[in-house]
Design a protein around this ligand. Structure first.
Ligand code: NAD
Length: 387
């Protein structure tokens, strides 16, 4: 046996030896075998005492009933186990996204039945949404989205000797782009808004010229051209609709044109009454969502119009009480949850890129001078102040 990654050579007289490896972690022996290139735990045995040698990353199942996504997918777990990192996955963590326990095991993860069993020995806990602080042990590191915690809960976390890195605070810079969970998820929400819009309107999206007659292309309007809005406009354009767009930021005018949308400055009654689909995405960080159409403007929308409001979590961009009851409104800030396989894959890619920054030689070693580390660190047991 050996510790920390020394592979014992098989005796020469064995033709097809099963290569095994024993890792000592905390008070346990983990016995691994190789499945293709990856390590897979076949047994763990308690031992009386031991030294910390190896890194364990725990992936917890989401506990919000409406959450369908998972924070790490098997393809990225395989990258971690290939580096000799031991990964514990809570049973059925990926089931709603379409990733089975078997796929995680094939990627080299150990499946654990309870959250405590999954994260008890872990150095890093990865989860989509933050855990409450009671379940974290001193010096454990949590990597997650912290937008579900209040300021008081964040402060309470920073008072424990735990490390918390908030993926929702990744700076919006070119270097951090591949770790930016808000962008990856907004992009998919914008795509899904266009698809759901197309499925809910009563007309076809593209111009159709048939022997039975012609159907005009549908007119759609996207308000707010951040990541979600641009993707919604691009997808509507690809589906063949005539797309109009607007944002308070003048620089988005050229971006609208680049995805095939026409810029609109004046919301005349004629323009509003020609729309069959409106997608709103405008948000202002830390404030309620702005109302984008006045009561009078809303009354010009045709009765068969469909509105998709992606700013619902911030109070919504549309005041529904001023709308005709025949107008269908889908208010949902998490449309990416309807395409959880894709959303989890991109989220997991962001997490993996962030972990590369956090881990060195299979240890948690953040560089406190790094702007991404500084921006995301809610608290760290090695630093006196963070939050
Ligand atoms: P967001 O979700 O905060 O807001 C969506 C859009 O709504 C924004 O474009 C905003 O200007 C617009 N908006 C706000 N109030 C409005 C109003 N009253 N009327 C019309 N529109 C209104 O935005 P986001 O998706 O987070 O992106 C914001 C910006 O950050 C974009 O320019 C995006 O390209 C940029 N960004 C850069 C990076 C990067 O460089 N790594 C990553 C992500 C986003």
């Amino acid at each position: 046996s050996s510790n920390r990654g020394n592979m014992a050579d098989p005796p020469p007289n064995i033709k097809h030896p099963m290569r095994i490896k024993i890792i000592i972690k905390s008070n346990k022996f983990f016995i691994f075998t190789h499945v293709e290139k990856h390590l897979s735990v076949i047994k763990s045995i308690d031992k009386p005492s031991g030294k910390e040698f190896f890194m364990i990353i725990a992936l917890l199942k989401e506990n919000q009933p409406e959450e369908t996504r998972v924070a790490l997918v098997p393809k990225h777990i395989a990258e971690l186990t290939a580096k000799g990192i031991c990964v514990h996955v809570q049973s059925d963590a990926g089931i709603l996204s379409g990733f089975s326990n078997q796929e995680y095991m094939k990627a080299g993860a150990e499946i654990c039945s309870t959250p405590e069993e999954t994260s008890g020995d872990a150095d890093i806990i990865v989860k989509m949404w933050a855990l409450n602080n009671h379940s974290l042990k001193p010096q454990q590191t949590l990597v997650c989205n912290t937008a579900n915690l209040s300021t008081e809960q964040l402060k309470a976390l920073s008072e424990k000797r735990v490390n918390v890195f908030a993926l929702d605070k990744i700076p919006r810079t070119s270097r951090a782009q591949d770790m930016d969970i808000l962008s990856s998820q907004s992009n998919l929400a914008g795509y899904e808004a266009a698809i759901i819009g197309a499925a809910n309107v009563r007309e076809v999206m593209p111009l159709m010229i048939t022997s039975a007659g012609s159907l005009p292309p549908l007119k759609a309007f996207v308000m707010g051209l951040g990541v979600a809005g641009l993707q919604a406009a691009a997808t509507l354009h690809r589906l063949g609709s005539v797309v109009f767009a607007y944002d308070i930021r003048e620089e988005t005018r050229v971006q609208a044109l680049s995805v095939g949308a026409s810029w609109v400055d004046k919301l005349t009654p004629e323009f509003l009454s020609s729309l069959k689909l409106v997608i709103t995405t405008a948000q202002i960080s830390g404030k309620s969502a702005p109302k984008l159409l006045t009561r009078q403007q809303l009354q010009h929308l045709p009765k068969e119009c469909v509105i998709i409001d992606l700013a619902a979590a911030g109070g919504g961009n549309i005041e529904q009480k001023h709308l005709s009851p025949s107008i269908k409104v889908i208010a949902d800030s998490f449309l990416e949850r309807r395409i959880p396989h894709s959303a989890s894959t991109l989220f997991s890619g962001n997490v993996c890129n962030f972990l590369r920054l956090l881990i060195e030689d299979n240890e948690v070693k953040p560089d406190f001078q790094d702007e991404i580390i500084c921006a995301t660190m809610i608290c760290c047991h090695k630093q006196s102040k963070c939050f």
